[in-house]
Design a protein around this ligand. Structure first.
Ligand SMILES: Nc1nc2c(ncn2[C@@H]2O[C@H](COP(=O)(O)OP(=O)(O)OP(=O)(O)O)[C@@H](O)[C@H]2O)c(=O)[nH]1
Ligand SMILES: [Mg+2]
Length: 610
């Protein structure tokens, strides 16, 4: 088969924070994408607001650089496990991957996930050991661990025979010798052009292009990002649009773009192997094929891992609803969720018994929290339920998702961590003592047991522990998990909190609200030191006769409330609680607000009638 010697398509994959986007920055700079004096943001590809705030990549992105007459299309993928769907989709565009591994941290759970996906797709790999400048770098060990990972994943002989390059992405250099620092990225580019195969195609094959991603342009509307497998697409041409439902429609390619650095530029035509953006197909979705109108041959649909975590998202039903947001109705929530499904292949939306709430399934808490956070910034008010795992019936038996967990802790905490995970029915797979006072443990744990685990883990390890997890698979239901959780302090009426009342309440546990905050019956205002819930009045005023201390003095004695991010709130809540989200507030509340109704429910649960 002929090959496009002038073209390479490569994805950069790694565990979170190992330096993918930083490396792309350096590749862009060194191929002249920017003027020397141009003011370019660091990690320029992390362009959306949430990505910049959180410092992580959420969406996979395409960019292109030119090196020695070869155009290299680069897909920068997210490393956080929750956005694994983006990686799987990114891999359908490329002919090889750069597997980045941090020179000190070594392979972590998401490294395993992305490598497994790359090996399954039979893509050749270049190992990039990044951050070799770290004072705690342990390059040789990390390379060994990576070989072990390949073996563990049953890689084929030719896949294990991967070239290695050592980089400092931040300083922008690469070297093929682990003991010599480089001066620029030339060694990486050379290796890339040599080792990542040029795209091949069949000259006699009719046009075939797979839609692998979507984007939107303010001028021309929806853009389909496609990888052309065979044939050529011309601007203005009519193509057969093979839709997911099996129908085929003739449409005109109104605009055709290719990537040049961070820009999309007009192209008159694009040939096999190229990655293009096409306008003119308003309802196009990921996985569909553009083909020859006279000989339409759809490509197989992209299959990716199923979601393993779900939560309900519905309209805001609290007594304070409507005060802070602009998008309040069930119709608006539903059409927003539907819009999200179009571009986000790893999400599912299912109906619930309520007409104004939906079950949204995804890969993890962060993925779902990012969706909710995005909606809230758009003006939505929402009620979001506690994340639950998605169970499955396999051969008549109940199965649940399990996660692979990697934990790094100082030796002193080995005992507590082992205990915490035993409670959650974690199974230890591996333990390595690096001899530096730190231990790495690998566990397989029911995903259920990890909901809310991070907070407890950090408390027990005094903030020193590092924890990563990634979806591993489905295993038979492990039965009841006994995880201890404190009860809640629940407001028993509507009103505004007072310093006086909170001063008394803070004896009972940790508060989640400060003074002068509007609360309502059923709202969670604190964490009880005891295991059960307690109804409290946080709005109580001081009796006038009781003048022992002044308000100013009391304020000093009041401990500041614990503030929680959206993700923390979702992790924190109990099964009978949910989170109220508006553009301005995150409030924790009981699902059932009415105290007496809650009391009855509790009672009937304690004494089942049978
Ligand atoms: N010391 C050192 N730090 C680096 C190097 N490369 C990247 N970093 C730092 O590592 C952090 C994470 O870098 P990113 O480029 O965002 O990592 P990423 O792999 O794109 O992260 P995600 O996309 O969220 O998975 C940043 O603070 C970088 O400055 C390196 O070679 N040496
Ligand atoms: Mg990144």
């Amino acid at each position: 088969m002929p090959a496009r010697a002038d073209l390479r398509n490569v994805a950069i994959v790694a565990h979170v924070d190992h330096g993918k986007t930083t490396l792309v920055d350096a590749m862009l700079w060194q191929t002249g994408a920017f003027r020397a004096n141009q003011d370019v943001a660091e990690r320029v590809l992390d362009s959306n607001d949430l990505e910049r705030e959180k410092g992580i990549t959420i969406l996979a992105k395409n960019t292109a650089v030119r090196y020695a007459g070869v155009k290299i299309n680069i897909v920068d993928t997210p490393g956080h496990a929750d956005f694994g769907g983006e990686v799987e989709r990114g891999l359908t565009m490329v002919d090889g991957v750069l597997l980045l591994v941090d020179a000190s941290e070594g392979p972590l759970p998401q490294t395993r996930f992305v490598l497994r996906k790359a090996l399954e797709a039979r893509l050749p790999v270049i190992l990039v050991v990044n951050k070799v400048d770290r004072p705690d770098a342990r390059v040789a060990e990390v390379v060994d661990e990576t070989y072990e990972l390949f073996l563990d994943l049953d890689a084929r002989e030719d896949q294990i025979d991967f070239p290695i390059v050592y980089t400092n992405a931040r300083a922008g250099w690469a070297s093929v010798d682990p003991d010599t620092a480089g001066t620029d990225l030339k060694p990486l580019f050379e290796l890339l052009v040599d080792h990542i195969p040029a795209p091949t195609y069949d000259e006699s094959h009719p046009l075939q292009a797979l839609v692998t991603n979507l984007d939107a342009s303010p001028y021309v509307g929806r853009l389909a990002i496609c990888r052309i497998r065979h044939g050529t697409i011309n601007k203005g041409q009519t193509v057969a649009w093979c839709r997911a439902d099996g129908s085929v429609e003739r449409v005109r390619v109104t605009e055709l773009y290719v990537s040049e650095a961070l820009e999309r530029v007009d192209a008159a035509a694009a040939g096999p192997g190229e990655v293009v953006a096409i306008a003119g197909l308003p309802g196009v979705t990921i996985g569909e094929t553009l083909a020859d109108p006279d000989d339409a041959r759809p490509l197989p649909v992209i299959t990716i891992d199923e979601p393993s975590l779900a939560m309900t998202i519905g309209i805001n039903t609290s007594p304070l609803a409507g005060a802070e947001g602009t998008k309040l109705t069930a119709r608006l929530v539903k059409s927003r969720l539907d819009a999200e499904l179009v571009g986000n292949v790893s999400l599912r939306v299912l109906p619930t018994e309520r007409p104004d709430a939906w079950e949204v399934q995804g890969r993890g808490e962060l993925q779902l929290a990012v969706l909710v956070e995005t909606m809230r910034r758009e003006g939505f008010e929402l009620t979001v339920g506690k994340p639950q795992v998605v169970t499955r019936d396999i051969d008549g038996k109940l199965h649940e998702p399990v996660e692979r967990v990697a934990i790094d802790v100082p030796e002193d905490y080995l005992g507590v961590v082992t205990q915490l995970l035993a409670l959650r029915k974690g199974r230890m797979e591996q333990m390595v003592n690096h001899g530096t006072g730190w231990v790495r443990m690998e566990y397989v744990v029911p995903a259920r047991g990890l909901i809310g685990f991070r907070t407890e883990f950090l408390t027990e390890t005094r903030g020193t522990g590092i924890l990563h997890h990634v979806f591993e698979g489905y295993e038979p239901w492990t039965g009841e998990l006994r995880t201890r959780r404190a009860g809640s302090l629940v407001a028993d009426r509507r009103g505004v909190t007072t310093t006086y009342a909170l001063l008394n309440l803070q004896e009972r546990g940790e508060l989640l609200v400060g003074p002068g905050v509007e609360v309502y019956e059923g709202m969670v205002v604190g964490e009880n030191a005891r295991a059960e819930d307690m109804d409290v009045n946080p709005t109580k005023e001081r009796k006038l006769t009781n003048m022992r201390s002044s308000t100013a003095e009391e304020l000093v004695r009041l401990t500041p409330p614990r503030t929680m991010s959206l993700e923390q709130a979702l992790e924190f809540i109990a099964d009978d609680e949910c989170v109220e989200i508006t553009p301005a507030s995150v409030r924790l509340r009981k699902v059932v607000l009415d105290a007496s109704q809650r009391g009855r429910l509790r009672h009937s649960r304690k004494q089942p009638r049978d």
